[in-house]
Design a binder for this molecule. Sequence first.
Ligand code: GLA
Length: 407
Amino acid sequence: MALLPLMFVLGLLADASSLDNGLLRTPPMGWVPWEHFRCNTDCEKEPDNCISERLIKMMVDRLAEDGWKELGYKYVNLDDCWAAKERDSLGRLQANASRFPSGIKALADYVHAKGLKFGIYSDLGNLTCEGYPGTTLDTIETDAKTFAEWGVDMLKLDGCFSNSSARAAGYPKMSAALNKTGRWIVYSCSWPAYEGGLPPKVNYTLLGQICNLWRNFGDIEDSWGSLSRIIKWYGDHQDTLQPAAGPGRWNDPDMLLVGNSGLSLEQAKVQLALWAILAAPLFMSCNLRTISAEARDLLRNPLLIYIDQDPLGVPGRRIAKSGQFEVWKRGLVDHQYGIAVLNNGTGQTPRPFVTSLDLLHILDCKTGYKIYNVLDRSFLGEYRCNATLSFTVAPTGVVLLFLRPLS
Ligand code: GLA
């Protein structure tokens, strides 16, 4: 414990522009129910799939026992629909008693006992998006205190039923209230997503000072159309978004669809590759009891996680667009690189792609690189600085390369 305050101070010295809680030096990883389980509250009909302590505990067990935790998937978060429709007699939020009979504190204790971290959801409005009680300006302090007493490690504060002025007052106020609790709570702000995600309505400098991560854009849906819209938006606005993120302050392009039914395997690879290039949070939102071996292997790719979690924390950028191809590049620690070549074309066979380190604007090449195909888990070989690289990329698919300098 004695080390923690020192790490905290060093964190502040290293990066005075992020939220002063020293948390999330790399993007968070974990599991959240929303994409897969939505607001299913019918525990009579679907006892195994309704939003309840039973469901959360089952996922906690999977994360702890199936090797996810060791890879970094540490946060287990509630999303909407956990709360009772009324606050308690002291004005505090409380869990729905039939679905969470042991209460949230006991659930957080369960999560902690398994070596994981626990996140909760609220909304800066009278109601959450699904109509449960939200956190108004008047209840911010009470709710922050309640969450801290329950042992919450992360809060997602949504923005349904709020307006711009309430958000401008409320998001910073919750940040201060969380800090005041004395518990270190990661703070995820949906604020920018409700303001169109861009300046002048969004102030990313301020966000970096008060939040650890933020949703910039609309909700992801389980489809290629939704995924490719999000990727395009992050590329089109990278001059604003890329510098906004760094250790302790991350853009959140939303949860992972991988393991659900809307994406093909190649499309699932696209999401993971691009999320790693973007230094995005990796929150799974699938059924971990029944996940396919293919989806599991993708989500557990160690080199992909290594790229996502790079300690420099500098998100990558889209560096080229040519026809149906896009090239994205992320600079990593020790002059390493992650390169994603995305093929947006549909309905064709895999297409050849030829490039070179020059074309990729890799300006610090000394001798050359060892190059790995991350998603195939294969070693492509050693390449000199002037080498040509050629490979094929599947339609609505991606090739993710990892480059390590030759010593
Ligand atoms: C909003 C958020 C989603 C999810 C739902 C829950 O739409 O953007 O991520 O939290 O609310 O109601």
